[in-house]
Design a protein around this ligand. Structure first.
Ligand SMILES: [Zn+2]
Length: 247
C-alpha cells in the first residue's frame, strides 16, 4: 500500500479517536447529573414513605384524642345513670350511652385501621431505605468508573492530538485538503475500504470496474464517485493451506 494511503488511514483513526474522546468528555457532566438524579429519586422515595408514616401517626393521635373524649362522655353518662329518678330519664340516658358507645367503637375501629396501615407504611420505608443504600453503592461505583474513564479518555485525546499533529507534517497539503473537505461533508469519515464485491463500504454504491481495479492497486488516491471518500483495498487473507497428511 502506498505510504500516502497508509498515512490517511492512520489520520482517519486518529480523527475518529479524537471525535469520540471529545464526545465522551462532553457527555461526562450529563452522565454525572443522571447518576445524581437517580440517587435523588431514591432519597425522595424514602422521604415520601417517611412523610406518609408521619401523616399516619398524626391522624392516629387525633383519633386517640377523640377516643378519650368519647370515653369521658361515656363515663359521665354512666355516672349520671345512677342518679336518674324516672323510667323515662333512665331510657333517655341508656340511649345516650348506646350512642356514645357506638361512636367510641367507630373511632376505635379507625385507630386500629391506622395501626395496620402504619405497619404497611413502615415496611415501605424499610424497603425504600434498602433500595437507597444499594443505589448509593451502585452510584458510588459508577462515579468512580466515570472519573477513571475521564482520565483515560483525556489521556487518549492528548495522545491522538499529538500524533495527529506529527502525522500531518508527513502528508501532502493537497491530500490533507481533500481529506478535510470530504470529512466535513461526510460526518468526519473521509476514507474507507472497498468491499470484495466492488462496493464503497460506507455509501454502498458499486464502483465502476476500472475504478475498482485502480483501488485494488492501493497505490493512488481514488475517491468514491458517489460519496467522494478516499478508497483503499484490504486484500483477502491468503487461503489456509491444509497440511497434507501422509499415511
Ligand atoms: Zn462511497
Amino acid at each position: 500500500m502506498s505510504p500516502d494511503l497508509q498515512r490517511l488511514i492512520k489520520l482517519q483513526q486518529l480523527e475518529s479517536t479524537i471525535v469520540d474522546a471529545k464526545a465522551t468528555i462532553a457527555s461526562h457532566p450529563q452522565r454525572l447529573a443522571d447518576a445524581d438524579a437517580r440517587l435523588n429519586d431514591g432519597k425522595q422515595a424514602v422521604e415520601a414513605a417517611k412523610n406518609r408514616l408521619k401523616e399516619n401517626h398524626e391522624a392516629r393521635r387525633h383519633l386517640e384524642k377523640d377516643v378519650a373524649v368519647y370515653q369521658g362522655r361515656l363515663t359521665k353518662f354512666k355516672d349520671q345513670l345512677s342518679l336518674v329518678k324516672t323510667n323515662k330519664e333512665y331510657q333517655a340516658m341508656q340511649h345516650e350511652i348506646a350512642t356514645a358507645q357506638s361512636d367510641l367503637g367507630a373511632v376505635e375501629e379507625k385507630v386500629l385501621e391506622r395501626m395496620l396501615e402504619a405497619d404497611t407504611i413502615s415496611a415501605d420505608v424499610k424497603r425504600a431505605e434498602t433500595v437507597l443504600v444499594a443505589r448509593q453503592k451502585e452510584i458510588d461505583v459508577e462515579k468512580k468508573e466515570l472519573a477513571e474513564e475521564l482520565v483515560s479518555v483525556e489521556a487518549s485525546l492528548k495522545q491522538a492530538t499529538e500524533a495527529r499533529t506529527e502525522l500531518l507534517k508527513d502528508i501532502e497539503p493537497r491530500l490533507i485538503a481533500i481529506f478535510e473537505q470530504v470529512a466535513r461533508a461526510r460526518k468526519g469519515v473521509a476514507i474507507c475500504s472497498a468491499t470484495r464485491d466492488g462496493l464503497c463500504s460506507l455509501c454502498h454504491v458499486r464502483l465502476r470496474p476500472p475504478v475498482f481495479q485502480q483501488v485494488r492497486h492501493n497505490d493512488s488516491i481514488i475517491q468514491c464517485e458517489s460519496c467522494h471518500r478516499i478508497l483503499y483495498w484490504i486484500p483477502p487473507p491468503p487461503p489456509i493451506e491444509h497440511a497434507v497428511v501422509h499415511t
